[in-house]
Design a protein around this ligand. Sequence first.
Ligand SMILES: [Zn+2]
Length: 232
Amino acid sequence: MSTLPPYSVRVSSRAKRLQLKVMPPGKVEVVVPKRVNLNSVPAFVAQHHHWLQRHLDKMAAVHVDEPLVPEIIHLPAIAEQWQVECHEGVRACVFSLGEMKLKLLASNEQHACSMLQGWLQRRAKQVLPPWLEQVSAEVGLEFNRVTIRAQRTRWGSCSSRKNINLNRALLFLSPAAVRYLLIHELCHTVHMNHSSRYWRLVASLMPEYKQMEAELRHAMAKIPRWALPDFG
Ligand SMILES: [Zn+2]
């Protein structure tokens, strides 16, 4: 998967060279001089990826205005909506699937969030591997192992040994976007690159893949802060 953060492009007649700007709360803008070809922008952003990520992380650490612990957790991928109840107490988390309720006892927000993360991890482990199995059988592309992870910059990956990593935050996406990501990684078991042959294979399995790719690119910024590996 592409690991670049989402960014917008502004063409400027005054700018003399390509410029990257990071603006609160974490928006990235590329300023492009009029005479510079827009096709060169993705490579430029990729080249400054590390610098960009550092600034975005710093900015995210400063922007702590919204409450960390949510009242409702919406998981569109599996059409679930959970109510969260949080009380002062000695660390404990109770959840009931029937009632769609999460009851937390925590001494502070960090503890509450780490419990929610543990819960999200378990939920993702319950639903994503069977989903991958199902899509794999459907499209006839086999994989070796699947691991569920918390990742900040990618939705999934596939190794040359056909081991697939999936980001637990996939549960915050639409079912169609998750299906696309699964197909995307499964296609890497055939082509370990993003060559035109690779994209032809993807297109043959999901003709509307470009739309999904765009959704994934924008969705990374919308993951709730409590669900990020280090609480954003
Ligand atoms: Zn890929």
